[in-house]
Ligand binder design. Structure first.
Ligand SMILES: Nc1ncnc2c1ncn2[C@@H]1O[C@H](COP(=O)(O)OP(=O)(O)OP(=O)(O)O)[C@@H](O)[C@H]1O
Ligand SMILES: [Mg+2]
Length: 350
């Protein structure tokens, strides 16, 4: 994606001042997508996508490389036209009302969209200017944003001297500066160090606390779990799961009970103990000295198991119920792990 594709939403001239409150009635569903289709030649990048997102929440969009996440974000931010289907943001149709919509949204695209030949401060002030903020206001917000994103020391250097992470932070700052009520962040923390990532998470939570809606795509399961109220998983242009992190985890067959024996020689007896408690044969891992069975919900099983190990005189290093991670959920939904490489377009095309 070329940088210019990312700039249009945040840097086009809006027809009203950003930061104005949304029309309450129109925004129960701040994002509404129905049967959205987008093709590139033979490739169906979006193949009938339907979901919605509510006001004051974070929607996490997860999917492997090439799933269609950025395509979706670009349609929702008016950078790309869908072939068919409906997409509304804040009650406005992304095609028919694109011009009005652009003043309500902020976008951080997947690749940095800042101007290399300006300083960091100039980049931010320019966005404020485009959003028709008064000069004093955009100067203040630019400084505030530079401080927040730990760029104050580099504020007056040309961006071409910035590191990748610094550009990324500046890019994010540009989407925050006009305080838009709806934020689209396409893999906002890719390439950020842990401290900057935590800082960004804090910023996102703060915006959401103040009533903004955020739609973010991410490769990081941890990020989705930390930030998203709801997660939509897409794969090959279709939604394959939609729910809270807990709901998605429950779909993967739920929790497992795991016991780790202290002595490797106890492993076989541990398998026998757990075998009595489970309709399916226990799984064992000799290297980890670990045995596991499906756990369902309750804690009764845990207590019962602990008692039985004690009675059998088998010392344990660890005993607990483990819920699946979102990564495991993803693996079970798609048959691939989340980080797997994108298949080539030819393979994806029908
Ligand atoms: N302008 C375009 N022309 C042709 N094909 C495109 C274009 N934009 C996207 N695609 C294809 O559409 C599919 C979806 O791409 P998209 O960028 O939406 O994926 P993504 O989920 O954002 O992936 P990633 O995690 O790698 O960012 C991919 O197969 C991609 O090659
Ligand atoms: Mg993408």
């Amino acid at each position: 994606m070329s940088p210019s594709n990312n700039t249009a939403a945040s840097k086009s001239v809006p027809d009203r001042t950003a930061g104005a409150p949304l029309d309450q009635a129109a925004t129960d569903h701040v994002v509404e997508v129905r049967d959205l289709v987008k093709t590139f030649g033979k490739l169906r990048a979006l193949d009938g996508v339907t979901f919605s997102a509510e006001r004051g929440t974070v929607l996490g969009l997860l999917g492997p490389n090439g799933a269609g996440k950025s395509t979706l974000v670009r349609i929702l931010t008016t950078l790309l036209r869908p072939d068919s289907g409906v997409a509304r943001v804040a009650g406005l149709d992304v095609v028919a009302d694109g011009q009005r919509l652009r003043s309500l949204i902020g976008l951080t695209g997947q690749s940095a969209a800042v101007d290399e030949l300006l300083t960091g401060r100039e980049n931010l002030e320019l966005v404020g200017l485009w959003y028709h903020l008064p000069k004093r206001e955009y100067r203040r917000r630019a400084q505030e944003t530079l401080d927040l994103l730990a760029l104050a020391d580099a504020a007056d250097r040309l961006v071409k001297t910035y590191s990748g992470g610094m550009r990324r932070r500046l890019d994010i700052g540009a989407s925050l500066i006009a305080n838009p009520p709806i934020l689209f962040l396409d893999e906002p923390t890719t390439g950020l160090d842990p401290r900057s990532r935590n800082e960004l998470w804090r910023l996102v939570r703060e915006r959401v606390g103040a009533g903004a809606a955020v739609l973010l795509t991410t490769q990081y399961m941890e990020e989705a779990e930390q930030l998203a109220d709801r997660i939509v998983v897409i794969d090959k242009g279709t939604v394959i799961a939609d729910g809270t992190a807990d709901q998605l985890k429950a779909r993967t067959g739920g929790a497992t009970l795991e016991a780790r024996v202290t002595k490797p020689s106890d492993l076989e007896r541990a398998v026998a103990v757990l075998g009595d408690l489970s309709p399916t044969p226990p799984r064992s891992d000799a290297e980890q000295r670990q045995v596991s069975i499906p756990a369902g919900e309750g804690t009764d099983l845990l207590l019962d198991t602990g008692r039985r190990f004690q009675e059998a005189g088998i010392p344990l290093d660890d005993l607990g119920i483990r819920r699946p991670t979102l990564d495991e959920v993803f693996l079970s939904l798609t048959g691939r792990s989340h980080g797997d490489a994108e298949p080539s377009s030819a393979e994806v095309a029908p």
